[in-house]
Ligand binder design. Sequence first.
Ligand code: FES
Ligand SMILES: [Fe+2]
Length: 385
Amino acid sequence: MSIVESDQDEIRQIESGQVPTRYARGWHCLGLAEKYKDGKPHTVKAFGQKLVIFTGSDGKVNVLDAYCRHMGGDLSLGEVKGNEIACPFHDWRWGGDGRCKSVPYSRRVPMRARTSTWQTLDQDGLLFVWNDPEGNPPPENVVVPRIEGAEDEGWTKWVWNEIVVNTSTREVIDNIVDMAHFFYIHKNFPTYFKNVFEGHIATQYFDGISREDVTPADPDPSAPKMLETRSVASYYGPSFMIDDLTYIYETFNMKTVLINAHYPIDENSFVLMSGIIVEKKPELPGDPDQIAATQAQWILGGFNQDVEIWQNKARIDNPLLCEEDGAVYQLRRWYEQFFVDVADVKPEMTDRFEHELDTSRPNESWKKEVADNLALRRAAEGQLI
Ligand code: FES
Ligand SMILES: [Fe+2]
């Protein structure tokens, strides 16, 4: 073997694999429920299809395939009439159960006049749909937990944001285990990081401190100082994460709940959503609604930092990891369970898996980096004087 050939052998090749051609089984949040309760039909592109979402006069939110089974009219451009959606083409009326209830100009509704529907869940101010390529209802143990503080007088209302991202949903999921990117991309300083995967739930425990080198000093020196953030964030299924995020100040704790959720538009694009509520407490440093709005902007900024990476990166099935990286491969095995038939879910996809990262080495080098940056900043300020 020549030297050149053996050198070639050393080069690690990126394997990109195939983007899954099916959509994950699970509850998917479609945003704030009230948006769909204005008496009008809504067009939503999800799971590679066009859907119509409408609320009948009974108050129930319904999700149907948008294309009318008569001649293919777009129901999402139709009209809500009673509890039914009327097609704009020939006024056929479709109920939330997917059945054609009447054809106003005909004596009878044709047999087998049924279209596809998605089971909905209207909870805590959010709308969810159950997606299952096999067509089964959600198992009893697969539920979206109630959110403490949602629609509660003692908390703010949801501040909700949505953006379209043109890549595969696996990129968002990878974030669950990716400690180091928090420092480099989101300018957070993780001090504790652990993951637990079990069944359909994947959790990230994260404690962090502010990075002094990127946080401007508060102009008001008497303002309460934030010492630490503590986050317990769980994905319930493939796409809906509830993050109990507490900001620890010198004299009080600020409790927030952050939602990080998405639904696929098609194989290579998805809607990424964030929502936040803040517990109202008199000791908060300002108006709670204003704090929630500010936090929401900050979270949106964080999403955009991720998006910029995703839009430019390669899809990679064989990441080359170091010891301080998280359990990417185990996480992806967990994620796989949502893309196979229930009969093909293997124990390694759902068995309990725990992994705590040793943050000592990363913390050592990050402390030094922060200190170096602060020294550079002081030197630059000194030159200006
Ligand atoms: S296409 Fe919908 S009623 Fe004819
Ligand atoms: Fe991120």
